[in-house]
Every structure is written in structure tokens, then in C-alpha cells.
Design a protein around this ligand. Structure first.
Ligand SMILES: [Zn+2]
Length: 237
């Protein structure tokens, strides 16, 4: 089966992570695990732009913006989408320090709506990136697809909140990287539907072999696995 990885990064990530990856390393990992395309972002959008130019069929760029930078960042986002072929917006409330549904985020959501692009939110760390706050934003923008990256991440309370928020709001999608509970992935298929959860690795923070092992033990059907590992991410590529 060919895979799509809905969550990867390039570049160097300093303290406390101390991990890095480059375009060649990412492509090598993709080849090793039969991944045909990866959605990819980094703090410095130029690094992703160069990688997309080199591997346009394999690496899908997501523009990273910090809402604290205001209108200049909205303009930069539009430029990357309209002129440089980027396909989505990545927002990271934890790294950039803002509440997911703070007023400064709204101009980015309005621009995402007019550009018709999805918005990927890191989720799972208090106080900034909790699923409830992303849900509030999703209620205000029912016509923008919002992906809860890590689907609540490491804490069962946050994971369950991501699942329940997605259950109530059809514009919420979930991505699996770093989320330890394989049972929650089956729960999404059983209670929300087949099309709103997708596999991601979070390279270089996690290794695909570990992330994929969790997918393998979910107990979902082969047809559902095809959606989880590939089909559900297609419309974000
Ligand atoms: Zn990430």
C-alpha cells in the first residue's frame, strides 16, 4: 500500500528537541516506508519552498505563520499559497505562544477561507493548544477545514476532547502522530466516520516505524486502513 504522511518537518529544531531533517533525508525515509507524498512545514518557509521545488511530486508545502506578526504574516501566507504552490496553513500555538482561538488568529482564518485552504493546528498542550479552543474556532469557521494535529497528543483527557469535538463539528479532521492510544483511532472510525482521521509521523520528531506500528494494531478493517494511511489525506495534498 502507498502511504501519505500528513505531518512532517524539515530543518533544525533546537532545544529542547535537538532534531533535524533535510529534503534528502525525508525522501529517503519516505522511500523506506512506501510514502508517496508528505505534507511538510518548518519555521523558515524558504527551507520548505526549496524542498518543494526539488521534489514537487513528493513534498507538499504548508506555510508556517506566527499570528503574533499580524497583517505582514497574513500577506506572507497569501503569497506562499498563491505564488509558491503551498497547500495549507500550519499554526503552532505552543511554539509561537498564542491561544488557538485568540482574536489575532481570526484574520488568518478569514484568509484561509477566501483561499480555500485547510488549517493545521498543533494540539495537546495547555494552555494554548487545547482541542476545546480549536473547536471554538471551528464553530466560527464552519467552511474551513481544520486539522487537529496529534489529535490531542499525549493526555487521554485532551485526546478524548479532540475526538468529541470532531464528533460535533464536521469541519474538524484528526491526525495521529505522537498520540499513544491506538484504541482512539478505531473509536474515530466507529463513532465519527471513515474520512476524518489520517496518519502522520511528525518526522524528525518521531520515527515512522513506531508511528506505523500503532496504526497496525488499531483493529480497523483493510478498507479503513487504506483510508487512514492514504486516502483521507489526498484532498490535503
Ligand atoms: Zn509537528
Amino acid at each position: 500500500m502507498k502511504l501519505i504522511d500528513a505531518h512532517t518537518h524539515l530543518g533544525y529544531w533546537g532545544h529542547p528537541f535537538n532534531v533535524e531533517s533535510n529534503a534528502e533525508g525525508l525522501i529517503a525515509l519516505m522511500d523506506k516506508f512506501n510514502v508517496e507524498k508528505s505534507l511538510c512545514s518548518y519555521l523558515d518557509n524558504k527551507v520548505v519552498e526549496d524542498a518543494v521545488k526539488k521534489y514537487p511530486d513528493r513534498i507538499i508545502g504548508q506555510v508556517w505563520e506566527d499570528p503574533n506578526q499580524g497583517q505582514a504574516a497574513v500577506d506572507d501566507m497569501r503569497h506562499h499559497i498563491k505564488d509558491l504552490g503551498f497547500r495549507g496553513l500550519k499554526l503552532h500555538p505552543l511554539i509561537n505562544g498564542f491561544v488557538a482561538n485568540a482574536p489575532i488568529v481570526y484574520p488568518f482564518m478569514e484568509e484561509a477561507r477566501s483561499l480555500n485552504i485547510p488549517v493545521f493546528f498543533h494540539t495537546g498542550h495547555p494552555p494554548y493548544s487545547l482541542p476545546w479552543a480549536v473547536g471554538e474556532l471551528a464553530r466560527d469557521f464552519p467552511d474551513v477545514r481544520i486539522v487537529m494535529v496529534h489529535m490531542g497528543h499525549g493526555h487521554a483527557v485532551y485526546i478524548q476532547s479532540a475526538v468529541e469535538t470532531a464528533k460535533k463539528l464536521p469541519n474538524i479532521y484528526l491526525e495521529t502522530s505522537g498520540m499513544p492510544m491506538h484504541t482512539k483511532i478505531k473509536e474515530v472510525f466507529d463513532t465519527i466516520g471513515e474520512d476524518r482521521v489520517m496518519y502522520g509521523s511528525d518526522i524528525p520528531f518521531h520515527d515512522p516505524s513506531v508511528e506505523l506500528q500503532r496504526m497496525k494494531v488499531t483493529g480497523i478493517t483493510d478498507a479503513q486502513m487504506q483510508k487512514l494511511l492514504h486516502d483521507n489525506a489526498l484532498s490535503f495534498c
